[in-house]
Write a protein that binds this ligand. Structure first.
Ligand code: FES
Length: 130
């Protein structure tokens, strides 16, 4: 039995710049999702669960993704390009995966993550209340 990777990459597939294509499959967000799926399928890529999502509420900064895992900080990034950002996103995922809590030191983050960070959300704590 295989288990699903615990690190999840949500990619907004409906992201597009103002005036961008209406057709969902032509939107830059959908293209970014496709490019990331191909990159994650390559040998040597970190084990990631890739999930398409329609809108992360960062519509003014296309393209957008969210990186999360149980017990780790969640990060939301914007301003990503489906043609030029894929390898850097994969490298950022590799660094995130190497941490216990999702906190990659600022200087070790890819530049597009440092400039494009929209939010970081702390891990949820489990309740001891019965
Ligand atoms: S359409 Fe992509 S964040 Fe809203």
């Amino acid at each position: 039995m295989t288990t699903a990777p615990e690190i999840c990459l949500h990619v907004c597939v409906t992201c597009r710049p103002p005036g961008g294509p209406e057709e969902k499959e032509l939107r830059p967000g959908a293209m970014l999702h496709q490019a990331l799926a191909a990159a994650i399928a390559r040998d040597g890529a970190p084990s990631i669960r890739l999930e398409p999502v329609e809108c992360l509420s960062v519509c003014k900064r296309p393209c957008t993704v969210a990186i999360s895992a149980p017990g780790r900080w969640t990060y939301i990034y914007g301003d990503l390009d489906p043609k030029t950002s894929v390898d850097t996103i994969i490298e950022g995922l590799r660094r995130y995966a190497a941490t216990a809590d999702g906190l990659v030191p600022w200087r070790e983050r890819p530049e597009i993550f440092r400039k494009g960070v929209v939010a970081r959300i702390p891990p949820t704590k489990t309740s001891n209340a019965a």
